[in-house]
Design a protein around this ligand. Structure first.
Ligand code: COA
Length: 160
């Protein structure tokens, strides 16, 4: 599989690109990869699409945002999202990329950019939570200090 990292961009999430992010999620991701679970029938039905929009409107797009969210682009095409949420342990990071663009180095570029943004914001560490079996996410976290609790891996990346 070829690498595809030359043209990776991170743009702040806005009302203007939110619909494109939803399109990418619907076409290229499982709901549980991109939003918290909601009750009801599975899949990208109208209710879940609405919940995806409301989720972001209640977080990065809220009057008092609780996190920074960035739309990930490859050659100008929206392929996923990354977030940084301030918390007591540091800035919590999360990333999802659409299936067709996974495994091509995009996540690696995004992780590097998130570290740069976090350092610029003045954060001392990034915290990320993933599962034991998520090899790609665990590799992205590289030399991070990790603790495992059951199926959950919590990794801390020091920025100093
Ligand atoms: C996790 C995720 C963001 C990684 O992004 P990506 O663009 O696929 O990752 P990259 O291609 O940059 O690869 C990152 C590393 O993982 C490895 N990797 C990628 N896909 C892999 C796979 N399927 N199996 C094993 N290793 C894999 C790469 O070789 C690379 O390792 P290296 O840095 O040692 O060379 C992406 O796969 C994704 O969105 N997955 C679904 C959502 C998710 O799990 N998000 C994370 C939740 S915490």
């Amino acid at each position: 599989m070829h690498r595809n990292t030359d043209t990776v961009g991170l743009e702040p999430l806005t009302e203007g690109n939110l619909a494109l992010l939803l399109d990418a999620a619907v076409a290229e991701a499982h709901p549980l990869e991109v939003m918290p679970p909601i009750a009801g029938a599975p899949g990208w039905n109208a209710e879940r699409r609405r919940a995806f929009l409301e989720f972001h409107r209640g977080r990065a797009l809220a009057d008092q945002p609780v996190e920074y969210t960035y739309v990930i682009t490859v050659g100008g095409r929206v392929v996923g999202a990354a977030r940084l949420q301030p918390g007591e342990a540091g800035l919590e990071a999360g990333v999802w990329i659409g299936r067709s663009d996974r495994g091509r180095g995009v996540g690696g570029v995004v992780a590097e950019r998130l570290r740069a943004i976090a350092a610029e914001i003045g954060a001392r560490r990034i915290v990320a939570v993933t599962t034991v079996g998520n090899t790609a996410a665990r590799r992205l976290l590289g030399a991070a200090n990790s603790t495992v609790d059951g199926d959950t891996v919590t990794a801390t990346v020091a920025l100093e």
